[in-house]
Design a protein around this ligand. Structure first.
Ligand SMILES: Cc1cc2nc3c(=O)[nH]c(=O)nc-3n(C[C@H](O)[C@H](O)[C@H](O)COP(=O)(O)OP(=O)(O)OC[C@H]3O[C@@H](n4cnc5c(N)ncnc54)[C@H](O)[C@@H]3O)c2cc1C
Length: 357
């Protein structure tokens, strides 16, 4: 974390702060229905959209937000928010530097993730193609080090700037400061809730390197009749696979994978695989093994389960869904029941990938 550049930036911000008249959009007693992909109809006493660092500074001067929101696609709202919700709508895409091989692009936290991926595809900058169509905004992407089809955000990450709510300063974080791991970072674990991400700088390849290790991508490229794929082909293949496999939150409320895939040590893996020979398993770091949470849940008979409007998707056991009027509490209760049965059958506790409020 580099405090000095943060302090310089803070000085710039404060100077600007005094000379600008700010115009934040504030809503009182408003429903968050259209601000979360589960479509829970919870109330926020106050919802403020901030479009610049100055606005955020001004707001935090007098108020303490209970919830910071991006696109709302990874959050389970189990109750009304009796206080302030800040929606981070800071926009802007800026090419900050380049060398012979790479281009460095700084992106405002409020930019839509997939729109930014499309922006990079148009310019033939490689790195983010496998992460196409992941919902949400750029500012939340480092929080759980978003990943899909063999690629993670950390692979194209250069740095980010975040406002420290404790020290009331802006700091820069390089890749090692973020402690990225599988669906995790310092922002989701050790320092959860402390920092508000303002912008993220990506380092993208001028000569792309393709990641086609996932069988589904290779199969889709074959169906598309592509023999020498480009990053645009990979992006198109990923979009097709995702559309065919994952429920669209516009049609049915969900937040993607509800649980993380559990990581177990060798001895646990060997004892389970001797009993369940067909159990999917993938090598992970330090000899550990990643299991498929969806498979474990399916084996416990939950796939397609529905009680009222809370359920488990009929094709994806890892995706919990709101068919209409389910509450966050009902989905949370369902997730706890699922977890208990997985623990009972396999001796494994599942961690939530979704952020619970
Ligand atoms: C259909 C579907 C498919 C998905 N597929 C994938 C996938 O393949 N891979 C994957 O990794 N994820 C996936 N997700 C999860 C989700 O898209 C990502 O986690 C995404 O990064 C969330 O972005 P968001 O802006 O919607 O975050 P939000 O839901 O708004 O927020 C998520 C968390 O980050 C915090 N937060 C948000 N913005 C900021 C900020 N600027 N500063 C500090 N904290 C902040 C919030 O308080 C909350 O705790 C999927 C979700 C859905 C609905």
């Amino acid at each position: 974390m580099t405090g000095s550049s943060g302090l310089l930036r803070l000085f710039r911000i404060l100077t600007l702060f005094e000379s600008q008249s700010l115009n934040m959009v504030t809503q009182k007693n408003t429903s968050l229905l259209s601000y979360n992909s589960f479509h829970f109809d919870v109330n926020a006493s106050e919802l403020v959209s901030v479009k610049s660092v100055n606005e955020l500074q001004e707001l935090l001067h007098t108020k303490t937000p209970l919830l910071v929101l991006g696109g709302g696609s990874n959050i389970l709202l189990t109750r009304n928010v009796e206080g302030l919700v800040v929606k981070i709508d800071i926009l802007g895409i800026e090419e900050v530097k380049e060398d012979n091989t790479h281009i460095y692009v700084r992106v405002g936290a409020g930019e839509n993730w997939h729109s930014f991926v499309e922006y990079t595809m148009k310019r033939n900058w490689g790195g983010l193609e496998n992460l196409s169509l992941i919902p949400g905004n750029v500012g939340a992407a480092p929080i759980q080090n978003i990943g899909a089809y063999g690629v993670e955000l950390k692979d194209s990450f250069y740095e980010l700037e975040a406002y420290d709510r404790k020290e009331k300063k802006v700091y820069s974080f390089a890749v090692n400061d973020c402690r990225f791991a599988y669906r995790d970072s310092i922002f989701k674990s050790a320092e959860k809730g402390r920092y508000i991400i303002l912008n993220v700088t990506f380092v993208l390849r001028k000569t792309p390197v393709l990641h086609t290790s996932y069988g589904a991508i290779r199969e889709e490229l074959k169906i598309m009749g592509v023999k020498s794929p480009t990053i645009q082909d990979i992006s198109a293949a990923v979009i097709k696979i995702r559309r065919s496999k994952l429920p669209d939150p516009a049609d049915i409320g969900n937040a993607g994978s509800f649980f993380k895939n559990p990581v177990v040590d060798q001895s646990k893996f060997l004892s389970l695989s001797s009993k369940y020979a067909e159990m999917p398993a993938y090598p992970h770091e330090d000899q550990s093994v990643k299991l498929a949470a969806g498979w474990l849940i399916e084996q416990c008979g939950w796939k397609g389960y529905r009680k009222g409007d809370a359920g488990v998707h009929k094709d994806q056991a890892l995706v919990l869904v709101n068919y209409g009027k389910a509450t966050g509490r009902e989905i949370l209760d369902l997730s706890e029941k699922i977890n208990l049965s997985v623990t009972k059958k396999f001796g494994i506790h599942l961690d939530s990938e979704v952020n619970i409020f």
